[in-house]
Design a protein around this ligand. Structure first.
Ligand code: CAA
Length: 259
């Protein structure tokens, strides 16, 4: 039985968890319960060694139209300060396995921010990206100012956040906001295929590479290079690394057990 109200879950090929936002009537607006459920689903996936990669999508029509504006309207300043949402976002950001976003249609406000919490985004040609909070007299509140500028740079981040203007999929690809554009009807399939490719790699190496890449947003070059070297050295102690190298030398496909 599906334990969630705002999410559908599915396991693909035994090692990929597909999470589908399930509030199409509200364009998958991210109410508190949606984020709470997302954080819970990822916490469970973190503990489940069978899950190696998670794909998050809003389905074929819309990724997510942002925070639930009707819910947001109830929040005064003190309510916003004591809101549980930042905890949910933190839980999503700290997921250690690869998270891939499969985006069709609008990824706006908190929806674009959710996509930026993913490690890789694949989008359909008709996808639209934006931080339109400025149109509501407010500003991004789930990392949009910080992650967007680190991803696409100052000029485009400023334009998007200050004007609310949207980017199309080609523009998002050119800016490095997404990794790939597909035909709309192939987005989820392609994201699942990429997830399956990653799921077959050594989970330890994948996890450490993800951590090192993300830390580059927070660390200076020297500290980042140190972290990389330590993680690289630690992986030399893993059976998966021995298996990967042995398989290459034996001219066969490696089988990574995860240790
Ligand atoms: N919150 C709550 N409900 C939303 C919503 C949202 N973010 N976005 C859409 N909906 C609801 C609409 O109210 C409407 O509900 P009813 O049928 O009950 O009237 C339903 O979804 C369909 O919406 P539309 O008729 O507007 O659908 P559309 O296809 O014509 O347009 C859209 C889609 C462009 C996404 C448009 O709905 C829209 O602009 N939504 C708001 C986008 C936005 O401003 N997002 C930022 C939110 S603030 C935020 O995210 C803060 C943060 O970072 C922390």
């Amino acid at each position: 039985m599906n334990p969630y109200q705002d999410l559908l879950t599915d396991t693909v090929g035994g090692s990929v968890l597909l999470l589908t936002l399930n509030r199409s009537d509200a364009r998958n607006a991210l109410r508190n319960n949606t984020l709470r459920e997302l954080a819970a689903a990822l916490a469970q996936a973190e503990q489940d060694s069978a899950v190696r990669v998670v794909v998050i999508t809003g389905g074929p029509k819309v990724f997510a139209a942002g925070a639930d504006i009707k819910e947001m309207a109830q929040l005064d300043a003190i309510g916003a300060l004591t809101d549980p949402r930042p905890q949910y976002w933190k839980a999503i950001a700290s997921f250690s396995k690869p998270l891939i976003a499969a985006v069709n249609g609008y990824a706006l406000g908190g929806g674009c921010e959710l996509m930026m919490h993913a490690d890789i985004a694949i989008a359909g040609a008709g996808a639209r990206f934006g931080q339109p909070e400025i149109n509501l007299g407010t500003m991004p509140g789930a990392g949009g100012t910080q992650r967007l500028i680190r991803t696409v740079g100052k000029p485009l981040a400023m334009k998007m956040v200050l004007s609310g203007e949207m980017l199309d999929a080609a523009g998002a690809l050119a800016a490095g906001l997404i990794a790939e554009v597909t035909a709309d009807e192939q987005t989820i399939e392609r994201a699942l295929a990429l997830a399956t490719t990653i799921a077959a790699k050594s989970p330890l190496a994948v996890r450490m590479a993800k951590e090192a890449l993300l830390k580059s947003f927070e660390m200076g070059l020297d500290a980042g290079l140190n972290l990389e070297r330590k993680s690289f050295s630690l992986l030399a102690a893993s059976a998966d690394r021995q298996e990967g190298i042995a398989a290459f030398l034996d001219k066969r496909q490696p089988v990574f057990a995860g240790n």
